[in-house]
Design a protein around this ligand. Structure first.
Ligand SMILES: Nc1ncnc2c1ncn2[C@@H]1O[C@H](COP(=O)(O)OP(=O)(O)OP(=O)(O)O)[C@@H](O)[C@H]1O
Ligand SMILES: [Mg+2]
Length: 245
């Protein structure tokens, strides 16, 4: 369903992704771990074409793009339409209510009628437990509530895959659980998800596969239990030791 072949990404002379290969089947949950600067965020941003890789191929839900060739705006929007992104710092529009934030993409990007977008947005906010906060502005919501609006906003575009970039790392510890719970529910409903997170219990509980990234490479991948309990790569071992300290 999602396939990445030999993906490279440079910022100027700095090569940040050095040939990423990855296949993900529909409905699978993949957790990405790795040290700061290893390229986790860049990988997600490339999948959503917020960054343009220097070469490599990407295919999501039969939409293909070859970054070695000239790519058009149409190619970008076709592939971008397949993915939704949930950011570490929520990135909600501060001047829009929860409901308006969720309706924004369908109305402005997908040109949906407001009458159609509204009930769907209400349904999604209800699903993430915010049916009673539709008219609240981001500043009136807790971090956990804002992030759940962020998830509803990603879902509103009907993506094939949702990309989560450290969705709980800006939250106070007592708010982490409510966001992970919504993510777990999505996984159980069969959503395909790529999640950058260091929440090991979530990974053990929910992930089908864990990837360890370092220096722009995927150094190790496998079932969470295998990667966490019996890491094979020396770098993975060091990283997991640091995390558990
Ligand atoms: N817009 C940019 N311009 C130049 N360099 C960048 C840019 N974005 C990221 N980088 C560099 O790319 C490398 C990978 O960054 P990235 O944000 O993907 O790492 P990460 O694994 O997500 O790290 P963290 O765990 O700290 O979020 C880093 O060396 C970073 O400095
Ligand atoms: Mg990052």
């Amino acid at each position: 369903m999602l396939s990445i072949k030999n993906l490279h990404m440079n910022f100027g002379s700095l090569e940040v992704l050095k040939g990423i290969d990855l296949n993900i089947e529909k409905g699978k949950v993949v957790v990405v771990i790795g040290p700061s600067g290893s390229g986790k965020t860049t990988l997600l941003r490339c999948l959503n074409v917020l960054e343009t890789p220097s070469k490599g191929q990407l295919s999501i839900n039969n939409q293909d793009i070859d970054f070695s060739k000239k790519i058009t705006r149409k190619d970008i929007s076709a592939i971008r339409g397949q993915t939704g992104m949930v950011f570490q710092t929520y990135n909600l529009f501060p001047h829009l209510t929860a409901l308006e934030n969720v309706m924004e993409g369908p109305v402005t990007v997908q040109k949906q009628d407001k009458k159609k977008a509204r009930p769907k947005a209400v349904e999604l906010l209800t699903k993430v437990g915010l049916g009673d906060k539709l008219d609240y502005y981001p500043f009136q919501l807790s971090g956990g509530q804002q992030q759940r609006v962020g998830i509803a906003r990603a879902l509103a575009m009907n993506p094939e895959v949702i990309l989560f970039d450290e969705p709980t790392s800006s939250l106070d510890p007592e708010l982490v659980g409510e966001v992970l719970q919504v993510m777990k529910q999505l996984a159980q409903e069969g959503m395909t998800m790529i999640v950058v997170t260091h929440e090991m219990n979530f990974a053990r509980d929910v992930a089908d596969e864990v990837l360890f990234m370092d220096g722009g490479h995927i150094l190790e991948r496998g079932h969470p239990e295998d990667v966490f309990s019996h890491p094979e790569n020396e770098r993975t071992k060091q990283f997991l030791n640091l995390l558990s300290e």
